[in-house]
Write a new protein. Structure first.
Length: 107
């Protein structure tokens, strides 16, 4: 998928369990830093197409998952490997920080 995958409370568990590496951006439409980060997430989705599933989860419409993973500040980005959280980034991060986090787990 060359654009970010839409993750919801309904498809979350299946998404992280059926893909080896999943990077999810927890965001909201009213969040300025989230909107600023969106183009970067879209670029990363294109660059890592076929290697990592890049997803976005709107915390307003999917609060159960946000609460389960204790996402209290947005944007929060969580990297899951084999269904387990392995990395977490909070706040507006530069692209190189995000890609470095992903690259550590590609092997």
């Amino acid at each position: 998928m060359s654009s970010p995958f839409h993750v919801t409370d309904v498809n979350f568990e299946e998404t992280i369990k059926s893909n080896k590496l999943v990077f999810i951006d927890f965001w909201a439409t009213w969040c300025g830093p989230c909107r600023a980060l969106a183009p970067t997430i879209a670029e990363i989705a294109q660059e890592y197409h076929g290697k990592v599933l890049i997803g976005k989860l709107d915390v307003d419409g999917n609060s159960a998952t946000a609460e389960k993973f204790q996402v209290f500040s947005i944007p929060t980005m969580i990297l899951f490997k084999d269904g387990q959280e392995v990395e977490r980034l909070v706040g507006l991060c530069i692209k190189t920080s995000i890609t470095a986090t992903i690259e550590k787990h590609l092997q």
